[in-house]
Design a protein around this ligand. Structure first.
Ligand code: PRP
Ligand code: HPA
Length: 175
């Protein structure tokens, strides 16, 4: 008898992308499947039933796809955090470390009002550098982060500890 597919069953692994030795967890196959996408959104929202959430913030790029669907489901607004130079209005910036070198992410300075309850969303938690930069941006605008939600946590890279040490609640659907 075949068992019902879970979220992890829809995720494809691409070997040696973007570099040799990397096993890239590709969520496009999850997004492309109507049942897979729906159960992923439903399961990401499950821990927050009954909680106040005023805004969903998504991290570029796959956090936009998840964050848009989650914001629609909650009937709240969606706010993007983008790589430097992409947002047209006045922004605040935050740098963070990559495997090699540094990067900068930005948010519109009027996108979150002080005291708003924010859910931060992305596809994957690795070192936590990207999410940590996003948390700093949201907090600099006075947003209060309810939780950080991911599809995948790569535990060997330590991102969960980084975020929990910043006082964050962290949820991921699979490791
Ligand atoms: C990936 C992923 C997360 C981030 C996680 O995005 O979607 O945003 O890396 O890594 P970290 O926890 O070590 O910061 P990527 O930087 O590849 O950008 P993209 O979504 O624009 O392709
Ligand atoms: N998939 C997507 N983004 C990533 C990955 C991955 O496997 N590793 C680090 N960032």
């Amino acid at each position: 008898m075949s068992r019902t597919k879970s979220v992890r069953d829809y995720i494809r692994t691409i070997v040696d992308f973007p570099h040799e030795g990397i096993m890239f967890r590709d969520v496009t196959t999850l997004f492309a499947d109507p049942r897979g996408f729906r159960i992923a959104i439903d399961q990401m929202l499950h821990p927050y039933a009954g909680e106040r959430i005023d805004k969903v913030v998504g991290l570029e790029a796959r956090g936009f796809i998840l964050g848009g669907a989650i914001a629609h489901q909650l009937s709240v607004g969606f706010v993007p955090i983008r790589k430097k130079g992409k947002l047209p209005g006045t922004t605040i910036s935050q740098d963070y470390k990559l495997e090699y070198g540094e990067a900068i992410v930005e948010i519109h300075d009027d996108a979150i009002q002080p005291g708003e309850k924010v859910l931060l969303v992305d596809d994957l938690l690795a070192t936590g550098g990207t999410a940590a930069a996003g948390i700093k941006l949201i907090e600099r605008l006075g947003g209060e982060i309810v939780s950080c939600a991911f599809i995948i946590d790569l535990p060997e890279l330590g991102g969960r500890n980084v975020l929990e040490n910043m006082g964050m609640d962290v949820h991921a659907l699979c490791e």
